[in-house]
Design a protein around this ligand. Structure first.
Ligand code: NAG
Length: 369
């Protein structure tokens, strides 16, 4: 019955203009390059990462939120606050954090995992489904982290947020609501417009309406259309999974992270590139958050300077929504946009040529203030 309904919905959506997305094929790095990257991660990056302080706090509704602190070597009055994307974990950023630390040794780095993801508490019993009942709870948790961990630790002179995708939507909403907390924002591929890829490419209003209808009939905690769990959730050797996720063109970074993930499957809450695991409830909240955060009334509340990275080949979020945010955020002290023409969604995990620029531009931005 459920399958029949799904098939029927796909038919209707096709009539409404949905198109199948063509997934490009990519070229893998040679094994020696993959191995050099693996060695760097195992011998240098992870040992440093593991030295960080870990902790938890209680988020909205008593959900446990997991976090890490990477203190600078010398006492610091500046902090960098990281927020990850949907279905992600902090560990995926280990290399980026390590390299930022080399460029900017003076910052204390803070990182929290969103509710329902990574090692943070789950909201429904299906622990591998991506679910949230209210997008604003991500923002409220970030505020609690700021109040009870970051600013409780130190009276920081400057706090910057660095955030990717869904995290960047949380960060932008945060900057609208709590203007005095942060001195600058780096938003990488911010989720200001969701592109649907599975089972069809759809207009955001059509997709949003579908998730609203499903939630209304009690399917909020069920998987959205085309989001069934695959037989094998993590396969580091699968070129096909890498291509299908369309999140990075760097094979070495993708596969070495999958090698970590395969041994930590309790971190999972949905698949890379929204390939599986999203519930109707999550999708509904995510769509409506993008509509709200980019609109003029909210965007004009931002006063912090912004550096935004855009991926020229983003299959996950749309540039149009990002450009709307820029146009509407007219009270931001500055708003710089850098586009990486051939970059996929996860610019911080892209091939060296792109990722190194993301690092350098982030570091230069911090130096400006
Ligand atoms: C990043 O900055 C470093 C140090 O200034 C420089 O050596 C490197 O070439 C830069 N990389 C890119 C991609 O701009």
């Amino acid at each position: 019955m459920a399958q029949f309904l799904d098939a029927l919905i796909v038919c209707v959506l096709t009539l409404l203009g949905g198109e199948e997305v063509q997934i490009p094929s990519l070229k893998q790095d040679p094994p020696a390059e993959v191995d050099a990257h693996r060695q760097r991660m195992q011998n240098t990056v992870y040992p440093w990462y593991d030295l960080s302080e870990t902790g938890t706090f209680s988020g909205v509704g008593d959900v446990t939120i997991n976090y890490r602190i990477f203190p600078s070597a010398a006492p610091s009055n500046m902090a960098l606050f990281f927020l990850h994307g949907a279905s992600e974990v902090m560990d995926k950023y280990a290399e980026f954090l390590y390299d930022i630390r080399q460029l900017q040794p003076g910052y204390d780095i803070y990182f929290m995992e969103h509710r329902g993801m990574g090692s943070s508490g789950r909201l429904i019993s299906e622990s591998k489904y991506l679910y949230v009942d209210d997008f604003d709870n991500y923002v409220r948790d970030a505020k609690t982290f700021y109040d009870t961990v970051i600013s409780a630790n130190n009276a920081y002179f400057k706090v910057f947020i660095w955030a990717h995708s869904l995290g960047a939507a949380v960060a932008t909403s945060y900057a609208q609501k709590y203007r005095n907390d942060i001195q600058g924002l780096v938003i990488s591929s911010p989720m200001m417009e969701i592109l649907t890829k599975f089972p069809l490419s759809l207009d955001e209003d059509v997709a949003y309406t579908t998730t609203c209808a499903s939630t209304l009939i009690g399917q909020g905690e069920q998987l959205a259309l085309g989001q069934e769990l695959p037989d094998t959730l993590v396969d580091p050797t699968s070129k096909e999974s890498w291509e299908r996720e369309t999140v990075t063109t760097s094979w070495k970074r993708w596969t070495v992270f999958q090698e970590l993930l395969v041994n930590n499957q309790d971190w999972l809450a949905g698949g890379g590139g929204s390939t599986w695991g999203s519930t109707n409830g999550f999708a509904k909240e995510a769509y409506s958050a993008t509509f709200s955060i980019r609109k003029r009334k909210n965007a004009r509340r931002i006063t912090a300077p912004i550096l935004m990275f855009q991926a020229g080949k983003d299959f996950i979020v749309g540039a149009e929504g990002q450009n709307t945010l820029k146009k509407n955020a007219r009270n931001a002290r500055s708003f710089t946009v850098v586009e990486f023409e051939d970059g996929y969604h996860e610019l911080y995990l892209e091939k060296d040529r792109i990722r190194d620029q993301v690092l350098n531009l982030t570091s230069n931005f911090l130096d400006t203030f």
